[in-house]
Design a protein around this ligand. Structure first.
Ligand SMILES: [Zn+2]
Ligand SMILES: [Zn+2]
Length: 95
């Protein structure tokens, strides 16, 4: 799966298959405390660049069922494009 967000870079998107489910849960937990540590954790545990790690953390939902960008209600699918602002939302909370 190639993740993209219309609102921001990188335009080429990010392949997320290489993150396993365990890591996703840990990333959410860490990011709730600190986005900086979340970025670092992704770089240390997955093969992502700093830019890609930042992209993931920026779009990660740490508040249930609300768009990270505009706070509109969104579905609980793992990857959701917000209907209102077109931002990508990554829901790793409920997996
Ligand atoms: Zn975006
Ligand atoms: Zn939105």
């Amino acid at each position: 799966m190639n993740l993209k967000c219309k609102r921001c870079l990188p335009k080429e998107g990010i392949e997320v298959e290489k993150i396993d489910e365990n890591l996703k849960q840990q990333i959410v937990t860490i990011t709730k405390d600190s986005k900086i540590l979340g970025v670092k954790f992704i770089m240390d545990n997955c093969e992502f660049s700093h830019l890609e790690a930042k992209f993931l953390i920026q779009h990660l939902n740490i508040e249930n069922e609300k768009c990270h960008n505009c706070k509109t209600s969104i579905s609980t699918d793992e990857y959701v494009i917000c209907k209102k602002c077109q931002a990508l939302n990554i829901n790793w909370l409920n997996i």
